[in-house]
Design a protein around this ligand. Structure first.
Ligand code: NAD
Ligand code: GLY
Length: 373
């Protein structure tokens, strides 16, 4: 199977996203043409390092590229000021120069942290993304959102900073747990729901195959998602308009994650899946979307083993006021108004900042009441 290449058309900051099997084994060959200096610094997490650090370093050496490396702990907690500072210190102590390229080898945590370190280290170092989770391959590695979490919330400090190249080696998904694969799949479904109903229909047939590791289905899905994201990012790099559509399911999802305390009971993708179902349910309750469309979305998420509604989590009693308070802290709030991504049907998402407060409150109150009974 040969690789697929998607171009992210951002003028002088344009870059390729390469999708296919066996790419880490050819990392040096792919990286060489975009390096300003034959020197890179690979940053990965401890779990990814076990599987892919040695093959990545060997592939770089084969292409005559000098490589140093640094391993951070696996997990969301690594995306914070302390780990950012430690990483920058390692890089500066190693004497990285402005032309030294950072390589982010891992999931969205490593990609976001390293991308942000690249954005601010020496006022800008080139960097490459080598995403190894389904979520990172279809979403976080593409589009240049980088950043860390603070005690005030997720992803609140960061920068738009584009990589020079993204290498999505689909073979790496084989070592990902089924739970992580499913969580990433929520972001895959999202693209079908935003503006590609045929892709959603394709997923209804091929989604289970993808999760079981079918190579052709995986490459097709990842390439299609990346092409959709590249299209939207090229239109609106800094999210002043249509890029916000990529947040379908995320306003609800972030509120659920915040309420659950960002712990292992609810992965980001699981919260997004619930958020997708809830975005369709809210659209239906506002009379914007037919019930059969909401039912089809829920049925697909459930078949995949993802939540499509408020998830039942041990120790959590869902409360409408608390969910609302989390939503009100979302980065997308403008002039005190929340922006929702709603849908008229599968593949017909749109932005709405005029959802009446009392309708939203009523929707959330009913939802939480149903979850309790
Ligand atoms: P992650 O990076 O924490 O990876 C999940 C787990 O899988 C980790 O334990 C990791 O060590 C492990 N792992 C990674 N690749 C593996 C592999 N191939 N085999 C075995 N284990 C592997 O989580 P994620 O879901 O990839 O990313 C979530 C992060 O992405 C969040 O911080 C979220 O905010 C961010 N995000 C960013 C954007 C963006 O546009 N920048 C978009 C969506 C999400
Ligand atoms: N993950 C949403 C975005 O990149 O805009």
């Amino acid at each position: 199977m040969s690789e697929r290449i998607v171009r992210v058309g951002l003028g002088e900051r344009a870059y390729d996203v390469v999708v296919g099997p066996g790419l880490i084994g050819r990392l040096g060959e792919w990286a060489a043409p975009v390096l300003a200096q034959k020197r890179v610094f690979v940053i990965t997490d401890a779990q990814v390092a076990r599987h892919y650090l040695d093959p990545a370093l060997a592939a770089l050496a084969k292409a005559g590229i000098a490589a140093q490396h640094h391993v951070v702990p696996a997990g969301e907690a690594t995306k914070d000021f302390a780990h950012l500072e430690a990483l920058l210190d390692v890089l500066l102590a190693a004497g990285v120069e402005r032309r030294t390229t950072l390589v982010a080898l891992g999931g969205g945590v490593v990609g976001d942290l390293v991308g942000f370190a690249a954005a601010i280290g020496l006022r800008g170092l080139p960097f490459l993304q080598v995403p190894t989770t389904l979520l990172a391959q279809v979403d976080s590695s593409v589009g240049g959102k980088t950043g860390i979490n603070t005690k005030r919330g997720k992803n609140l400090v960061g920068a738009f900073y584009q990589p020079r190249l993204v290498l999505a080696d689909t073979d790496t998904l084989a070592t990902l747990s089924m739970r992580e694969r499913r969580a990433g799949y929520a972001e895959v479904v999202k693209y079908g729901l935003i503006d590609d109903a045929p892709f959603f229909a394709w997923l209804e047939t091929n989604g289970p195959k993808l999760l079981e590791g079918d190579g052709a289905a995986t490459q097709e899905a990842v390439a299609r998602c990346v092409a959709a994201k590249a299209r939207i990012v090229a239109l609106d790099e800094r999210e002043s308009g249509p890029r916000a559509l990529l947040n379908l399911g995320h306003t609800f999802g972030h509120a659920l994650e915040a309420e659950a305390g960002y712990d292992d009971r609810l992965r980001h993708g699981e919260a997004v899946a619930a958020g997708l179902g809830l975005a369709f349910a809210l659209s239906e309750s506002l009379g914007l979307c037919p019930a059969d469309q909401r039912r089809r979305v829920e049925a697909h998420l459930q078949r995949i083993g993802l939540p499509s509604d408020l998830p039942a989590l041990q120790g959590i009693v869902w409360n409408a006021q608390r969910l609302l308070a989390h939503m009100a802290r979302d980065k997308k709030v403008a002039d005190g108004r929340m922006t929702f991504v709603l849908a008229r049907a599968i593949g017909q998402a749109f932005l709405a900042s005029d959802v009446p407060a009392e309708r939203l409150q009523g929707f959330l109150a009913d939802l939480c009441e149903r979850a309790r009974s």
